[in-house]
Design a protein around this ligand. Structure first.
Ligand code: GTP
Ligand code: MG
Length: 448
């Protein structure tokens, strides 16, 4: 692979900055740009050496630096690598990088160092993501969860589960093939194993999803008919007059979002356009966006004006808006024509967004949904990872069902294998499409 370089520290005035290089030509690049202050020859591995960065063409000195060279495979990416600690500031790091690029390196893409670490088997996908998460963490809990992933503890749990899958599959396939020197497993054993695998997966999903909000944050969408008080409530929850409120229906036409941290969970609140038969083009696009957003949200607050009876449009929203959700009966200061008892089987909160009544109860209900105090583990999965685990569970359940219906064992084995494949995708053990990889690493910053 070609040799890449980037500035790994943020721009701006600072005491030092770091320029990173990785690839098989690292030493060749260094030969052209680095001059040792004392001694001669190639820089020894894993030692800090004082010297100068020079322009490879004019040989004029650019900066005095400390260089650390790391010989393959003992480096972050697994390739030959160098880190040049130069002076910080607006220009010097750029000049150092320019010299390195002139000497034959190419500018790295976002996340390319970590991508190489993954491709060279230095870390699995979960650990690679952990790198991004620890950089982005805004709360202590987020740091703790990201560290668990970065250090490989999460991957170890998954690897253990994978071993269980593999040994079960081996037993299963031995029985299918009637291997005589292998003791045959009983139906009882199969049932127990399937249950064990299922419980393992379910526990991972439960803990992993509950903790996700702490590092990925949660998206909460406020939805409802026009004029029910969505923007008023949005402002209440934020504690600032962010969205425009008027007595006219159709005031909010686009999605407005704002981020807050509640009890260590980064939240993004979304105020949306009221959903109705739109009167104009702008409004109808706004409504489309609101419904689209609802699909991607982690929690929805469905607002209903309870000062007048339930409309057929409210009913339609009650049918269409996805769960999990909280039904918010607003405008209780005007008297209630709709009571919580009228809406069965849902979490209902009564508020007056205008007066601020009930808003702290609503906040509490939101936190109850996000915090899940019953979950104690430190495993966390991203949304994508959670989906893969769910797919693994689905396959396992389907296999179990068909086995119980009396289908032959190779059908079961097929589903167990499929389920295992999802786990392997999660770890990055099986082949991941280049497109997925690019998407995962493109979220990183340049230099990581
Ligand atoms: N009496 C009373 N009026 C409220 C309450 N909440 C909001 N309102 C009023 O209802 C009107 C509409 O409020 P908004 O917050 O703009 O409603 P919205 O749902 O965002 O409306 P659209 O953006 O048009 O969809 C305003 O005049 C608010 O002052 C409440 O709890 N009680
Ligand atoms: Mg509004």
């Amino acid at each position: 692979m070609d040799t890449i370089a980037a500035i790994a520290t943020p721009p701006g005035v600072a005491a030092i900055a770091i320029v990173r290089i990785s690839g098989e030509d690292t030493l060749k690049v260094l030969e052209k740009v680095f001059v040792r202050k004392k001694g001669k020859g190639r820089p020894p591995s894993h030692k800090v050496i004082l010297g100068y960065i020079v322009d490879p063409e004019t040989h004029s000195v650019i900066d005095e630096v400390l260089l650390t060279f790391m010989k393959s495979p003992r480096s972050y990416t697994g390739e030959d690598m160098a880190e040049i600690s130069c002076h910080g500031g607006k220009l010097v790091p750029k000049l150092v990088l320019r010299a390195v690029l002139k000497a034959g390196a190419r500018l790295a893409e976002p996340g390319e160092f970590t991508k190489r670490a993954f491709l060279n088997g230095k870390m699995d996908l979960i650990r690679a993501r952990g790198v991004l998460e620890i950089i982005e963490a805004e709360t202590e809990k987020a740091v703790l969860l990201a560290r668990e992933r970065l250090l490989g503890h999460t991957s170890e749990k998954l690897a253990e589960l994978r071993e269980n899958y593999l040994s079960f599959l081996k037993d299963l396939e031995a029985r299918i093939d009637f291997e005589e020197d292998v003791p045959q497993i009983s139906e009882d054993y199969i049932g127990k194993k399937l249950q064990e695998l299922r419980e393992n997966l379910e526990n991972l999903i439960k803990t992993g999803e509950a903790n996700r909000y702490y590092f990925e944050g949660a998206r909460i969408a406020i939805l409802g008919m026009p004029n029910v008080g969505k923007s008023t409530l949005f402002n209440d929850l934020l504690g600032q007059e962010r969205a425009i409120v008027t007595e006219e229906a159709g005031t909010t036409r686009d999605i407005i979002s704002e981020s807050v941290i509640w009890n260590g969970i980064p939240l993004t609140l979304y105020d949306t356009a009221g959903v109705r038969e739109a009167e104009g083009k702008v409004e109808s696009i706004g409504i489309e966006r609101a419904l689209e957003l609802s699909k991607r949200a982690d929690l929805r607050l469905l607002l209903i004006d309870c000062s007048s009876p339930l409309t057929s449009e409210d009913m339609r929203l009650l049918e269409t808006v996805e769960k999990p959700r909280i039904i918010v009966l607003n405008k209780i200061d005007l008297g209630e024509k709709i009571k919580p008892g009228d809406i069965e089987g849902e979490t209902v909160v009564e508020v007056s967004a205008l007066k601020g009544t009930g808003v702290s109860e609503l906040r509490q209900k939101i936190m109850e949904f996000l915090e899940r105090p019953e979950v104690t583990g430190t495993i966390a999965f991203t949304r994508r990872e959670g989906e893969l685990l769910r797919e693994a569970l689905r396959e396992l359940k389907e296999g179990t069902e068909r086995w119980m219906e009396g289908f032959p064992l190779d059908i079961l084995s097929f589903h167990v294998r499929k389920s295992l494949e999802k786990l392997e995708l999660l770890l990055g053990i099986s082949d991941i499409p280049e497109e997925t990889l690019s998407r995962i690493f493109s979220e990183f910053c340049i230099g990581k």
